[in-house]
Design a protein. Structure first.
Length: 266
């Protein structure tokens, strides 16, 4: 009995220490990722708002409509979900290089660096989403929050896929420093084919299978169901996307841990 109590106390103390480490790293990463000035956070909002306004204007000129959800809400949910994925990938890819000195502390591990960054990415983009939806509401744009389950599931899976790919690229960078440039190019193209700007229903039937092969397209479209009573997507396959997320996490963990010898040798 006393052994069980001792084990429970040790576990609780270890958990508290881990939480303090992650919290401290998140505070440090806010300065690393966004700078010491509050303008760093403001730029995140301005950048997202600029993209939304530009593509909103383009769609209005073209007369494009989205059934069941206002265009501003469609774009806000699309851009914030995309930013969550791309930020998770990019920030985790650079997590170790930006914090190598911290790994000399016995309490800080690679996992702590990755977890603190992805949590910060999630919190930042959630704040941006809330602020932009609030602004849209003040502008008398119809926003109807229904069931938050699709939003929560979609964002968790987006963070998982982004984290897995980010850890994988973090490991590959040790042998191929140009990986970051390649990832940046791919993400610029992927923005236009991941459901951020146009819905699944706008794709010609002969090419819809291409969208169905993109797990990010599934998740961005699925997250929008939480912000409309009538916007539904029938093609979403959560089982497939969950398997992709799990595979990305496993591959990222294996590649990142397997390439640490490169750093140790250097």
């Amino acid at each position: 009995m006393f052994n069980d109590i001792r084990i429970a106390n040790n576990f609780w103390e270890a958990l508290q220490l881990q939480i303090r480490v992650i919290y401290a790293l998140m505070l440090r990463e806010t300065k690393t990722m966004y700078g010491r000035s509050s303008f760093g956070y403001l730029w995140v909002i301005v950048q997202t708002a600029f993209g939304i306004v530009v593509f909103w204007g383009i769609r209005e000129v073209m007369g494009a409509k989205t059934e069941g959800i206002p265009i501003p809400v469609f774009l806000i949910t699309g851009f914030t979900a995309w930013n969550l994925f791309s930020d998770s990938l990019n920030k985790l890819m650079a997590a170790v290089n930006a914090n190598t000195a911290l790994l000399y502390y016995s309490k800080v591990r690679h996992f702590d660096l990755f977890l603190s960054r992805v949590l910060l990415c999630g919190a930042t983009n959630l704040v941006v989403l809330v602020l932009m939806l609030t602004a849209a509401d003040f502008a008398n744009i119809d926003i109807r929050v229904s069931n938050l389950y699709p939003f929560i599931v979609a964002w968790m899976l987006l963070m998982a896929i982004g984290s897995g790919l980010g850890m994988m690229c973090c490991g590959l960078q040790r042998y191929l420093p140009s990986v970051g440039i390649l990832v940046s190019m791919i993400l610029r193209i992927a923005l236009f084919i991941s459901g951020v700007i146009f819905p699944y229903s706008a794709i010609p039937a002969d090419y819809q299978f291409l969208a169905e092969m993109n797990p990010i397209f599934h998740l961005i479209e699925y997250s929008r169901e939480s912000f409309s009573y009538s916007y539904t997507v029938s093609f979403v396959d959560l089982r497939m996307v969950s398997m992709v997320a799990l595979m990305c996490l496993l591959a990222g963990f294996l590649v990142e841990t397997g390439t640490r010898k490169k750093v140790d040798l250097v």
